[in-house]
Structures are given as C-alpha cells and as structure tokens.
Design a protein around this ligand. Structure first.
Ligand code: C2E
Ligand code: MG
Ligand code: MG
Length: 521
C-alpha cells in the first residue's frame, strides 16, 4: 500500500474519534441517557427498548464484520506487496544462478549513486566462460544449465563481500568498492583457476575455462557506469590474445576493440561479396615428387589487392560465431574446385574447433560433398591437435560420421597441442602433420631432430601417413624423405595459389633427391 492511503485511513479514524467524542460530550451535556431511559419507560407499548437492543447488537456484529473484512484486506494487501516484491526480484535476477542480472546491476549503480558511494574507488571484472556454448550444443541445455549453476556457486565462494552479477549468456561481472588492485588480481586468478577445475554432473566430468578482463574507477572509467564497458573491452582483448592471465583495461585496448569491430564488419561484407576464397597449397609425395593433393587455405583479398591473413580473420570469425558460415562458403567452393581434379588428388580442408559446437557439422559436410559431386574418399579434414585435448570423446563422436563415410582425418600442427599418447590412441587418424616449427629447426637442432624422428616413427607405428609442413629448403625435404616421412608441403614446392593455377600445377614433379634440384613440368 502506498503512504498516501495510510495517511487517509489515519485521517478518517482521527475524524471519527473526534466526532464520537463530540457526540459523547453533547450526550452528557444534554443528559441524553436519562432522557432516553424516561422515553423508553413512557413508551413501553411500542417496545422501543427491544428495538434499541437489536440496534446495539447489529452495531456490535457490524463492528466484528468490519474488523474481519479489514483483516482480510490487510492479508490481501500483504499478498500483493509480496507479489510486487517477487516480480521486481525476478526482473532483477537470473533465475538459474539466482544472481542479479543486468537490471539488478543498473539498480545497484542507482543505489550507489543515491547513497553517495558512486564516487568511491571501485574495481570490476568480467569473467567470460569458454567452452560452455559447445557443451550446451553437444550435451544439451540441461547439462549446460547445471554447469552454469556450478560456476556461479564457485564465483560466489570467491567473491565474498563483492557484488556479483550474471550479465547473460556465459558472462559474469564482479565489482567491489576497494582501491587495492593487487587483491583484485588475486581474486581474478582464483576465478580462472577454480572455473577450470572439472565439473562433475551425473558421474561425468566437464571442463570449461575463463577469460577475465578487469577495470578500475576512477583510473580507467570516467564514471562507475562506464566500468562495465571497460571490463568488457578488457575481456575481449584477453579472448583475442587467448590470455590465461587476467587482463587490465587500457586505452590501447579500447582502440583495438574498435578496430576489431571494424574488421568484423568488413569480413561480413567480404563474405557476401565473395572476397574470401580458398587458395590451394600442393602436398607432395616426397618419394615421387608428385602432387597428391592440395590443402585449401582461406584468402581474403581486399579491393586494393592486399591480403588479410587467415591467422587474423579465422580467430575473429570463431569469436563472433561467423566461422560456420565462413567455413561453409569456403568448403562449397573448394569442393567445386576439387571436383575438377583427377580422382586421386585429395582436397585437405581445415576445420576449426569452434565448428564442433554445431552437432550437424559432419552431416553438412557430407551434404555438400554430395551436392558438388566430390567423393568423400577424396576429402581429408584437418583438425588441430589442441582440439581433442579437452574432450577426446566428443571429438571421436563428431568425427565418426565423417570417417564412416570414407573421409580421411589428419592431425594438423602436430607437436604443438600437448596431446598425450593415451588421447592419441583413442582416436583414429589417417595422417599426422608435423608442425612447421619442428621442420624449420630440426636440421640445426639435434633435439628437434630427435623429436621429428620420433613423430615419424609414431605415425608409422600407428599406421598413419606423415606429412611435414613448412618445408622451405631442399635439404629439409631430402632429410625428411630419408627419415621416412611420406609427404611434404611448403614454400619450397609452392605457396597457396588460386584454383586455376592449382590445376595447371598438377603435371609438375619436384625432385626431392639431392642430385636434382629444379622442378620439372
Ligand atoms: P595451417 O592449417 O597449419 O596451414 C599452414 C600454414 O602455413 C598456412 O598459413 C600456409 O600458408 C603456411 N605455410 C605453408 N608452407 C609454408 C612455408 O614453407 N613456410 C612458412 N613460413 N609458412 C608456410 P596461412 O594460410 O596463413 O594459414 C594459417 C592458419 O590459418 C592455418 O594453419 C589454419 O590453421 C588456418 N586456416 C587457413 N585457412 C583456413 C580455413 O579455411 N578454415 C580454417 N578453419 N582455418 C584455416
Ligand atoms: Mg592445415
Ligand atoms: Mg598446420
């Protein structure tokens, strides 16, 4: 009930009491009781006294009735008040984690302003959970929800005495009124560490991780409202840099975020206008020197003729969720191009870890193969080693569909992703791609040479073909061939070229033996 109504009820009661007192004084002054008794005695025949008693009883019952209705009204009002409170609680909270949401955050900022605390030093951080979306897509929303609830509980235990919000999706926001940056960094590191601990749900373990971006008021943000924007900017930078450490906001980050947004806009336009296309780098049989296939590598050519590196725009597309669309466009084009090659020439296509969040990605690839007329056995899918380190079972399930259809699977950048032998043994690969970093140094570094030798042996032992990436010198190709590496790829043979050039390259044979050093067509 509003204060205005309470005032009116009090006024009414006061007025009635006042009128009652006046009546009483008037009745006393006029000797009303004696006069009434005399009147009733004189007029016994009309039974006015009984009537009077009846009126008194009705009055008392009316009072009891009124009191009871008043009580009902009070209960009803309390119900409504509680409901109003519940509705505003629900509006300001996330039902899953029971943490305040963005509306709750807005209300908190208003409260701080009202209490005059908004001008005090504040620290803030955005905690962005990684891997949650993939779990949601692959294992279902219920598991995803439970994981979020566990993460929220862990954060609650860390941020005791702080404000904690769920911004929506997989982002949380913590803030505290404190000038101590060191303590805030400590909390951020704890959050990163504890979120990465495995989460058990119905005897299965799930893993997620977190990026953290931090900002402080008044150093970074002009006012307390702007703190969230600064922390969001910092976390976006942490994601871009794949930083395992919490990242502080600085103005350079703001500029980088703006540049990033601009690049994102340009990439969307380039996708529409067909400026992103696959180029093809040949893969060579190190014994015969002949091309056995091409790896499709994305190339974004700007209108001024300059190229944007895929190492720049592929992570961007992964981050913004555009990777599925980008990959589908590139893959369709690559299949059309490869359908013109002889059947023995294979197309190798890179799949990004982010694509594994789409459960249908294998099915879609097979549909595209069917639509373009390319045989599944002509396709090789490259996945990076780091992709199956986290969830080897999941990768196995997703790749099975492709394998069963006859598609070959290769591990890309092998030696850089920290996979264990037990993980390797649980997945069946057809090819192992030795990372460029080993190839570039193994001739001058005995330890690297031992590792390359071991990788080739491992490939052979597990019945896989081995291919060395990044061969730039003939001596590298010769030694690799002598060590038993089957295939090679690198600038020594060719850079990635447009589709028409790839076709005309098909007849080329490269001598990999020391006696012949020039390519022949
Ligand atoms: P990657 O799959 O390991 O591709 C090999 C990279 O090494 C390519 O870089 C290639 O141009 C480069 N390279 C090949 N030979 C040599 C050499 O002899 N020396 C040197 N220094 N570099 C060599 P690129 O084209 O810049 O691609 C970089 C990465 O971007 C790729 O690494 C791959 O992970 C990703 N990428 C490229 N295209 C696609 C795509 O269509 N889809 C996805 N998901 N990722 C892609
Ligand atoms: Mg590759
Ligand atoms: Mg590679």
């Amino acid at each position: 009930m509003r204060p205005l109504r309470v005032g009116r009820a009090t006024r009414d009661a006061a007025a009635l009491i006042f009128v009652g007192i006046l009546f009483f004084i008037g009745a006393e002054w006029l000797d009303l009781y004696e006069r009434l008794a005399a009147f009733l005695g004189r007029h016994e025949f009309i039974q006015a006294d009984e009537l009077f008693i009846a009126l008194l009883i009705v009055g008392i019952l009316g009072f009891v009735f009124g009191y009871r209705r008043l009580h009902d009204l009070k209960v009803e009002v309390n119900h409504r008040r509680r409901a109003e409170r519940d509705v505003s609680w629900i509006a300001a909270h996330d039902p899953l984690t029971r943490l305040p949401n963005r509306i709750g955050l807005k209300q908190q900022v208003e409260r701080l302003k009202e209490d005059g605390k908004a001008g005090k030093p504040h620290m803030a951080m955005v905690i962005d959970i990684q891997g949650f979306k993939r779990i949601n897509d692959v294992h279902g929303n219920e598991i995803g929800d439970e994981i979020l609830a566990v993460v929220a509980d862990r954060l609650r235990d860390i941020f005791i005495g702080c404000y904690l919000f769920r911004l929506g999706g997989d982002q949380f926001y913590a803030a505290q009124e404190t000038p101590l940056t060191k303590d805030w960094e400590k909390l951020a590191r704890r959050a990163i560490k504890q979120i990465a601990e495995p989460i058990e749900i119905v005897s299965r373990y799930y893993e997620v991780s977190a990026y953290v971006g931090m900002a402080r008021y008044p150093d970074d943000a002009a006012n307390i409202k702007y703190l969230l924007r600064c922390a969001l900017s910092a976390v976006a930078a942490a994601k871009r840099e794949r930083s395992k450490e919490p990242k502080w906001f600085d103005t350079a980050i703001d500029e980088a975020t703006a540049k990033h947004a601009e690049l994102d806009k340009q990439l969307r336009a380039a996708l529409k206008s067909g400026d992103v296309r696959p180029y093809y780098q040949p893969m060579i049989d190190l014994t015969s020197g002949r091309i056995i296939g091409f790896e499709a590598l994305a190339r974004w050519r700007r209108s001024d003729g300059s190229f944007v590196s895929p190492t720049e725009f592929i992570p961007l597309a992964e981050e913004t969720g555009m990777i599925g669309e980008l990959s589908q466009i590139l893959f369709t084009q690559a299949c059309h191009d490869a359908a013109k090659w002889p059947r023995g020439i294979r197309l190798s296509f890179n799949v990004s870890p982010a694509q594994f969040s789409n459960r249908n990605f294998g099915r879609q690839m097979l549909d595209t193969l069917a639509a373009t007329g390319l045989s599944p056995s002509q396709l090789e899918v490259e996945i990076t080693e780091s992709m199956f380190v986290n969830d080897v079972q999941l990768v196995a399930v997703l790749l099975d569909e492709l394998r069963e259809a006859g598609v070959h699977i290769a591990i890309d950048d092998f030696g850089t992703g920290y996979s264990s032998l037990s993980q390797l043994s649980r997945l069946r690969f057809d090819k192992l791609k030795i990372d460029r970093s080993f190839v570039s140094s193994f001739l001058d570094d005995a330890r690297q040479a031992m590792i390359v030798r071991a990788m080739i042996g491992l490939g052979r032992g597990l019945g896989m073909k081995t291919i060395a990436e990044g061969i730039e010198e003939a001596s590298q190709a010769e030694t690799l061939q002598l060590l038993g590496c089957h295939q090679g790829q690198g600038f020594l043979f060719s850079r990635a070229v447009p589709a028409e050039q790839a076709i005309s390259m098909l007849q080329t044979t490269w001598p990999v033996r020391p006696e012949n050093k020039t390519a022949t067509s």
